[in-house]
Ligand binder design. Structure first.
Ligand SMILES: [Fe+2]
Ligand SMILES: [Fe+2]
Length: 202
């Protein structure tokens, strides 16, 4: 695969998403990419790497349901009982591995962001926070607290992600769904770190 420039990767990721997704979901992908890039610029993250993660994030979202576990086995993607019950939750981890194999994406922060975008994770990096949020607040999203989360995301990625996770957890519980342990862990982590910057971030 060699070392492709970020510009080449952005083009290849866009093509990957376009070739694997319905028009509707490809349009969502582009809105998430624009939103993620905006958040990156607002919060001094790398806009191109953040956009790349967003272009990849749902690339595996339209696979047949029974294929996720098979691909996960084949590609040595770890998963637990939760994913066994809800194989679609593997679309992030599968998309990350797909982009590594097909596009040669080796950037760990980007791959983590793609993997984590559905349920979050404790100690998410900043690109991951931006992608998680962009997926929840892209312009076509419409639910009671979305405006509040949009406003928060302009000022503080962590506070906004806390709110977005709380919303997602409450919504899941309302519908009688079990919450993914990673979402609770992410929320606990954000509550504990309470606005303190990540290690390694100035
Ligand atoms: Fe997704
Ligand atoms: Fe998405």
């Amino acid at each position: 695969m060699g070392n492709r420039s970020i510009a080449e990767l952005l083009t290849a990721a866009d093509e990957l998403a376009k070739s694997r997704l319905s028009e509707r979901r490809y349009a969502h992908t582009i809105r998430v990419a624009d939103t993620a890039e905006h958040l990156a610029k607002t919060h001094n993250l790398d806009p191109e790497r953040t956009r790349l993660a967003a272009l990849i994030h749902d690339a595996a979202r339209e696979m047949k349901k029974d294929k996720y576990l098979r691909v996960a086995e084949e590609w040595n993607i770890p998963y637990g009982d939760f994913e066994r019950e809800n194989p679609k939750l593997l679309h992030g981890p599968v998309a990350a591995e797909l982009s590594r194999r097909e596009l040669g994406v080796e950037d760990g922060e980007i791959l983590d962001a793609v993997r984590e975008h559905t349920v979050g994770r404790a100690e998410m990096g900043d690109i991951s926070l931006a992608l998680y949020l962009a997926d929840k607040i892209e312009p076509e999203r419409d639910y009671p607290s979305v405006e509040k989360i949009r406003e928060m995301a302009e000022n503080d990625l962590r506070a906004a992600t806390t709110e977005a996770l709380r919303t997602a957890i409450a919504f899941g519980e309302m519908r009688g769904k079990t919450v993914h342990p990673a979402s609770r862990e992410a929320l606990n982590w954000l509550d504990e770190s309470d606005g303190r910057p990540n290690e390694g971030m100035e």
